[in-house]
Design a binder for this molecule. Structure first.
Ligand SMILES: CC(C)(COP(=O)([O-])OP(=O)([O-])OC[C@H]1O[C@@H](n2cnc3c(N)ncnc32)[C@H](O)[C@@H]1OP(=O)([O-])[O-])[C@@H](O)C(=O)NCCC(=O)NCCSC(=O)C[C@@](C)(O)CC(=O)[O-]
Length: 449
């Protein structure tokens, strides 16, 4: 077991030989074809290798690309940092250091702008133009609430989120209500708890509202509304309720897999294969989750090769998109040039299973430019089976930041803030979004911020 008290360092990252191993997981599926579904989705289709040589050639190409990419990034950062600052600052500091220094230049406004633009251009060159946000608030957000939220509030929240322009809103989970009683439905929270404890399992089952939620929102055309399905039983119930998109959720940590879905990682693959096979027959897209991709509250640091392995399994069983979740939030975004590196980790893990075989992803991952982000309105949530899960990044904060970077999300921040306000008021506590907090206190016209 390793400690998570210190952010994970470079020594914990895989070396090239690990990438080699990761690659071999996919020796018969080399570079996939990437199709844009028109919704910002990256559908990944593996193609067969005609010979093992072509795999090797692809891998050599990838190694060359990866090396060039790393060298370019190092040069970009180090070049900018060393030529413009006297001390070895991190890149954040380098950017502001440059702007600050330039104030001493005669034409400081122009120089400052150019300097920043120069670095910004280099740094953000690989940023995606669009980011697809997968809103997980109604599902991941509400599953960890002490109080049960009524079906009507869940439905209203989903409607508000969809009307803000979010193209994917996770609606609910068709999991066992014994495991996640928050999916129970009752207008009176106290009654729910009392029922659960005094009336037992039968009543808990009767109170599950995933079906009601799904039936109430299934006709919303403007967004995709995936639901979590832990097994075939959940999948069948989801389809019967009108779900057109589902998600399966595995873990890179054995302990977390057992505590979350009561089975080993390998056993979960058997269940999920049954789900993906059934989904394929109905042309239902399946998204895959990998939990604890950086650290697990029980096992500590998780080897990237394990993450790559699980992600690859999900990919091979047909998941069109893999969400890699830092479930308890112990990763750092530090760059390769720093001492700690979640960034390099992303490259190695995602590179091993997805990015390496999808040029589009190579580009976006290159600058923290992951083009699909999961977030939760008002920062709600976290997995109830992950001790220490600190919640999710707030969608409002993600949209605000991406707006500032000029990256399109097609989300109306004002409407999103209203959705966050709605659910926060209902839960009786302030929003977990820093943007919501800040903008609620300013008097300026927030649409201009
Ligand atoms: C997987 C199970 C079902 C195994 O639970 P189990 O107890 O091992 O299941 P079982 O097959 O032995 O069945 C036990 C009972 O549950 C019923 N059952 C069985 N399946 C279902 C179902 N689908 N819907 C409703 N009922 C179900 C089944 O019919 C049976 O009923 P009984 O015969 O006793 O009356 C359970 O462990 C479970 O539901 N776990 C879900 C836990 C969960 O939802 N966690 C949160 C989501 S994961 C997450 O948040 C992380 C993520 C995705 O966001 C990414 C990240 O951030 O890391």
């Amino acid at each position: 077991m390793s400690s998570l008290e210190e952010p994970l360092g470079l020594d914990k990252l895989p070396c090239l030989s690990t990438i080699d191993r990761v690659h071999r997981f996919s020796s018969n599926s080399c570079r996939p074809r990437v199709e844009d579904t028109g919704m910002g989705n990256c559908w990944i289709e593996a193609r067969n290798c005609s010979s093992s040589n072509s795999c090797n050639e692809d891998f050599e190409d990838y190694r060359r690309e990866a090396k060039t990419w790393r060298r370019q990034m190092r040069d970009t950062l180090q070049g900018d940092i060393t030529s413009r600052t006297t001390s070895s600052l991190g890149w954040n500091h380098a950017v502001s250091g440059n702007a600050y220094d330039s104030r001493y230049l005669p034409n400081h406004q122009y120089s400052s702008y150019c300097g920043i633009r120069d670095i910004t251009n280099k740094f953000f060159n690989g940023m995606p133009k669009n980011v697809k946000i997968v809103e997980v608030g109604p599902r991941d957000g509400l599953q960890n609430e002490k109080n049960t939220v009524s079906t009507s509030v869940k439905v209203e929240l989903i409607k508000k989120l969809v009307s803000s322009g979010l193209s994917v809103v996770e609606a609910t989970s068709f999991v066992s209500p014994k495991w996640v009683p928050q999916l129970a439905n009752c207008e009176n929270d106290f009654m729910v708890l009392e029922f659960i404890f005094s009336w037992g399992d039968t009543l808990v089952k009767l109170l599950a509202d995933a079906k009601d939620v799904m039936e109430a929102v299934r006709s919303l055309e403007a967004a995709r509304l995936p639901v979590l399905t832990p097994n075939l039983k959940g999948f069948e119930a989801a389809i019967a309720a009108g779900a057109k998109d589902v998600a399966i959720f595995a873990s890179a940590s054995e302990s977390f897999s057992r505590s979350n879905i009561n089975c080993s990682i390998e056993e979960s693959f058997i269940r999920y294969r049954a789900v993906t096979q059934a989904a394929r027959k109905l042309s239902i897209p399946v998204r895959g989750y990998v939990s604890c991709v950086v650290g697990c509250p029980v096992e500590g640091a998780i080897p990237p090769s394990k993450v790559a392995y699980v992600a690859k399994e999900l990919h091979d069983m047909g998941c069109f998109e893999i969400s890699l979740g830092d479930t308890i939030g112990v990763g750092t975004p530090a760059y390769d040039g720093g001492k700690k590196s979640c960034k390099l980790w992303w490259t190695e893990v995602a590179g091993g299973v997805v990015e390496m075989r999808t040029p589009r992803w190579t580009e976006v991952v290159a600058m923290l430019g992951i083009s699909i982000v999961d977030s939760s309105v008002a920062g709600l949530g976290g997995c109830p089976y992950a001790k220490g899960a600190s919640g999710n990044v707030a969608t409002e904060d993600v949209v605000y930041m991406l707006n500032g970077l000029g990256v399109k999300t097609n989300v109306d921040l004002g409407k999103l803030l209203l959705a966050g306000d709605y659910i926060s008021k209902h839960l009786g506590r302030p929003s977990g979004s820093k943007t919501a907090t800040a903008l609620s206190r300013v008097t300026a016209d927030t649409s201009k911020m």
